[in-house]
Design a protein around this ligand. Structure first.
Ligand code: SF4
Length: 265
């Protein structure tokens, strides 16, 4: 069987193929664009569509012929994209389209049973004391973070906003490791990460790297205590001072209807 050479009878049936395509889309079949050999006694004639909504698409009319007969049969008429066809972007499953922050209130995000970020916990006990100890070490759950899951988190956090290269960290007077508001994580990540517990810091309540930092560092500035307020002043301009610790006795001020401390009325 030689499929490189088109069957002569089918290859010459261009007008028949065009008429077939016109039945599907009257007035929207363009100039002849060639023939493709599909198999022995099977070819496909191509015609660009004139439909402006399908730029670059072609009508493909597949013709076949039975052996020992010249009768041509239409196998299929279909609109197919050409090399320069305008196509929709490839479909991507929702699980791959999902981005951090997409999860809303009430949404559920199922985690696959074989999620590489998690491994089964090989420890189970009914004893309360043992459960307490297990919880302290991060056990007591059906699955826990795998080595890959930890590595992902470390790389993501360290390279992102909680890391040492964030602009706020580069301008910080000192690192989180020496800050009084730094609460170290437990477990394998404790050497590199903690949580910021400073209500005035932009990272309050978030994971930060030990070499992250910000201007709210506990030792950044020593604030001096406020000086004592000065003694009150008495406006003596409109009164006669007779005596007393402030220059007059209570009730002895004459022409005193205007006597008021500064700032009062
Ligand atoms: S206040 Fe600033 S320096 Fe201190 S732990 Fe928080 S982010 Fe780090």
């Amino acid at each position: 069987m030689n499929t490189d050479v088109a069957d002569a009878t089918l290859a010459e049936a261009i007008d028949f193929a065009r008429a077939t395509a016109e039945q599907e889309a009257p007035g929207l079949v363009g100039d002849y664009a060639g023939v493709e050999v599909d198999d022995e006694r099977m070819v496909t004639h191509l015609f660009p569509t004139l439909d402006p909504a399908y730029r670059g698409w072609r009508w493909a009319v597949t013709l076949v012929r039975a052996p020992m007969t010249a009768e041509i049969t239409v196998d299929e008429v279909v609109l197919l994209p050409g090399d320069d066809a305008l196509l929709a972007p490839p479909w991507v499953p929702w699980s791959e389209r999902l981005r951090p922050g997409d999860l809303g209130v009430g949404d559920l995000l199922p985690t696959p049973a074989d999620d590489p970020r998690l491994v089964p916990t090989m420890f189970s006990t009914e004893d309360d004391d043992e459960q307490d100890i297990a919880f302290t070490f991060g056990l007591g759950r059906s699955r826990m973070l795998s080595f890959d899951g930890r590595l992902d988190a470390v790389e993501r956090w360290y390279a992102g906003e909680p890391g040492p290269e964030a602009p706020i960290a580069r301008a910080a007077p000192a690192a989180c490791a020496s800050c009084g508001f730094f609460v170290q994580l437990s477990g394998a990540l404790r050497q590199a990460f903690g949580v910021c517990a400073n209500a005035y810091a932009p990272d309050d309540g978030r994971v930060v790297a030990v070499d992250h930092g910000c201007g709210a560092h506990s030792e950044a500035v020593v604030v001096p205590s406020s000086p004592a307020p000065p003694p009150p002043l008495l406006d003596e301009h409109g009164i006669d001072v007779v005596g007393g610790p402030l220059g007059h006795d209570p009730g002895s001020v004459t022409d005193s209807d205007t006597a008021e401390p500064f700032g009062h009325s």
